[in-house]
Design a protein around this ligand. Sequence first.
Ligand code: 5GP
Ligand code: MN
Length: 362
Amino acid sequence: MSLSLKLTSAQVQDFQRLVASAKRIVILTHMSPDGDAMGSSLGLKHYMASLHDISNREITVIVPNHFPSFLAWMPGTEEVLIYETDKAKADQCLAQADIAICADFNEPKRIGALGEQLITEKQTRNLPIILIDHHLNPDPFVDVCISYPDSPSASELVYRLIYQIEKGENRLPLAAAQCLYTGMMTDTGNFSFNSNYPEMYEIVGQLVALGVNKDAIYNSVFNQYSADRMQLMGYCLYKKMRLFPEHHTALIYMSRKELYRFNFQSGDAEGIVNLPLQISNIYYSVFMREDKVNPSEVCLAGGSKTKVKISLRSQGDRPVNIFAHDIFGGGGHKNASGGEHYGPVVEAVQKFLDNYEKYFNK
Ligand code: 5GP
Ligand code: MN
């Protein structure tokens, strides 16, 4: 196999130089970690842990809040530190780190209170930071910036980084390969979008050659829902989906009370936003979910007890990240983005109704 060399040699060398002199490494990834967040960070950890020259090093993955249960099977999740529930330990780990690697996010805001701590470490003792990411406009808080917004997943970038470090040799422990495959699979909707170029399948081929069972991984991620989640999905589609056919748009929104009825657990809403895109003539889909404001966000919430997480998806050349940015202070990729609103869900719905026609119009 021969891949094009996407990363510059300076990026690869800077990564190697910083990692070579680090005894304690932390890897951080974004809030509400998804398959790519967990896959890129754990994949990198398993690879680095397999290098002989750094076998005596401590490598810790820290996530801002809990990952969904359908990712718990991933190798290494039992050692992941969760900032929300293990703040003291995570802060200590960050304070002792020689280097921080940020995977699958582009600005400290995307990791909440963990981001504030990271910036404090940067400002007080110049903690070196490496970014490996595929979101637009990376924040200049990092020392080494491996940012490729045209890459469908951060996990693919981690694969490419390792490929270049290993000079094209397919040298990856199976656990790393499983994690990176998971990230590539989930961020492309099981290879149904952003996935139409041959090199992606060369990488998949290499991962399968290393022992990845792609069918088993699909089953572990996508066929593990609870009955509550399936009923929540049915309720969303049957009772809550509003269609705006003239703008090819669908909206589903859920209050906390409704979610409570379905015993909502983190991860249960995953993928629901994609469903309306299965309707012909629906090219934009918006899903809103009301949640309570957690203690670390009180300062942002302006007195509100609730916040709304907004997910947006689209097809083809119809960006939703501009709407996410302008209306809900968020961002993301062209076809998959998100934002937040502090306040009740009906307020977020009204904001959507007041603005969607200007943005969703082709
Ligand atoms: P999801 O809908 O799966 O939560 O998020 C889809 C994508 O939107 C994420 O990969 C991320 O790029 C982006 N995103 C989601 N929420 C936010 C947000 O609050 N702010 C920003 N800047 N991006 C977000
Ligand atoms: Mn990603």
